[in-house]
Design a protein around this ligand. Sequence first.
Ligand code: FAD
Length: 300
Amino acid sequence: MTALAASLPKVSGRLTAGAPLAPLVWFKAGGAAEWLFEPADIDDLCTFLADLDPATPVMGLGLGSNLIVRDGGVPGVVVRLGKAFAKVERLDGTTIRCGGGASGILVSSAARDAGIAGIEFLRSIPGAVGGFVRMNGGAYGREVKDILIECEVVLRSGERRTLANADLGYTYRHSELPEGAIVVSATFRGHPGEPQAIGAEMDRIAAEREASQPLRSKTGGSTFKNPDGHKAWALVDAAGCRGLTIGDAQVSEKHTNFLLNLGGATSADIEALGEEVRRRVKATSGIELEWEIQRVGVAK
Ligand SMILES: Cc1cc2nc3c(=O)[nH]c(=O)nc-3n(C[C@H](O)[C@H](O)[C@H](O)COP(=O)(O)OP(=O)(O)OC[C@H]3O[C@@H](n4cnc5c(N)ncnc54)[C@H](O)[C@@H]3O)c2cc1C
């Protein structure tokens, strides 16, 4: 840490050594970031990354709704975009440009107010734009690939670059965003709609979510990707894993593709539970589940 501290560039935003990440992720577990950087603006981020030793790893952090941060923490620099990156602006009757730190609720509400339909599904995904773009977030038959025109990123080198939808190599819950790149904004396209009807659709989606998912729990959302032709939750259920626990980590009773931290789970407990579920599903169905949740950092 000391060697890195001596070589870190000056910033206008906030740079914190040994910043605990557990409070910043939905699971409320895991270790600290060696450094947490909250840039003041895009220029601050560009200058910092350009001056940072290229050997230092850099990782973006959104709202931590799809992350297991391992208990030994994350080496290098974790970049978190704050309020300065949470603006949403209407470009025309069908497009909006959103800061990388804008939440799904903010983006879908702004689209509704601008009379832009087709973006309602972001209402149900509890992350921010950077995470949506990176994960190709989706729900209710739509995903980011269907609405993204382009995004602006700051590459690990500090260079600003605009990437078009086709540059991101989107597949199910996956993009080929360059390693260490930070998404600072995204332009989404919908179609003209009535704000009232858009609002009603958002309410319907929110109510449906409330009924089917453990939204007020310490969780990471869908743990495993749906294998072709299968639902991950049904495979987990058929393997007898509903309610299974390791330490304080549990497979949700309400939605079996969700893992929960019941209070005192470590990230090691949560990850071990996920691996146990994968083992049991493989044994009963022959299908190998693939993690959707991003697991980052080092074990303790
Ligand atoms: C209750 C619940 C319900 C959910 N429902 C859905 C759903 O319906 N559909 C769905 O797709 N997902 C769902 N998720 C998962 C999650 O919300 C999405 O994957 C979301 O896109 C993650 O956004 P985030 O900002 O929280 O990203 P994080 O969890 O913070 O990070 C996820 C990944 O994105 C990267 N990242 C984050 N921000 C940036 C950035 N600015 N630049 C570059 N990389 C970045 C991180 O490094 C990491 O690899 C759910 C999660 C929960 C807890």
